[in-house]
Design a protein around this ligand. Structure first.
Ligand SMILES: Nc1ncnc2c1ncn2[C@@H]1O[C@H](COP(=O)(O)OP(=O)(O)OP(=O)(O)O)[C@@H](O)[C@H]1O
Ligand SMILES: [Mg+2]
Length: 221
């Protein structure tokens, strides 16, 4: 399988006042097309920081990130966001849905912004696929945690991204909903042939991925 993503000698430091803390240290990582990878590690080890870097939401202090044979570390914010919109879907622990938009509107917005012809129809198809046909017109506040996360996943995959990043996607859910969400994610990834990088504290969930990476004190073990 060919490479989708390469991290080369990535360092990330955060500056807080006069102090600089080194969060990721000399990370080398290659993710292949269709590969599923879980990322585990203690709280504060740098897992979310890694997701932010790969998603282009944060810039490394040094090192190179190459996505689909293109170096993204030397692009400006607009260029990176263009690549992200089309190719990368991100799912967070707290779902970050737009509170005054319905389930359908939350998903349709992404499609609209990408000039899809029939955003609403497509949004409904996706939500239906995730068992939310009866919740199309509900606001996030009217949905359970598991339902909100399913809307967030539908939104993240609406553009059929090559890469899905998930940061503790089941972190706010009970066991039953965690199982459902992880089933949906892995089934989707398998069907569509996308790659997945998923941060999780849940050993069972971590084991669903083909490869498991452990971050310890900013380094990959
Ligand atoms: N914007 C920031 N400015 C300064 N320090 C930060 C910033 N973001 C994160 N950090 C620090 O970087 C380190 C790694 O944070 P990160 O969020 O990547 O950890 P994590 O592995 O995701 O932890 P958790 O499992 O608790 O989510 C932590 O020590 C954190 O305090
Ligand atoms: Mg985190």
């Amino acid at each position: 399988m060919s490479d989708l993503l390469k991290l080369k000698k990535i360092n990330l430091k955060y500056q807080t006042g006069k102090e600089s803390i080194s969060v990721l240290k000399n990370i080398d990582l290659t993710i292949k097309k269709k590969e599923t990878v879980s990322v585990v590690g203690e709280s504060g080890s740098g897992k979310t920081s890694l997701i932010m870097l790969v998603g282009g939401l944060e810039k490394p202090t040094s090192g190179k990130i190459i996505f689909q044979d293109q170096e993204i570390t030397n692009l400006n914010e607009d260029e990176v966001s263009e690549i992200r919109k089309k190719n990368i879907g991100i799912i967070f622990q707290s779902f970050y849905l737009i509170p005054n938009y319905t389930a359908v509107e939350n998903v349709a917005l992404t499609l609209e912004l990408n000039n899809f012809k029939k955003p609403e129809t497509e949004a409904k198809t996706l939500l239906d696929r995730f068992g939310l046909k009866h919740r199309f017109n509900n606001l996030p506040s009217q949905l359970s945690g598991g339902e909100q996360q399913r809307v967030a996943i539908a939104r993240a995959i609406a553009m059929k991204p090559e890469l899905i990043l998930a940061d503790e996607p089941t972190g706010n859910l009970d066991t039953e909903n965690s199982l459902m969400i992880s089933d949906i994610l892995f089934k989707y990834v398998k069907e569509e042939g996308s790659s997945l990088i998923m941060v999780t504290h849940d050993p069972k969930l971590a084991n669903k991925a083909k490869r498991k990476i452990k971050i310890n004190d900013g380094k990959i073990k």
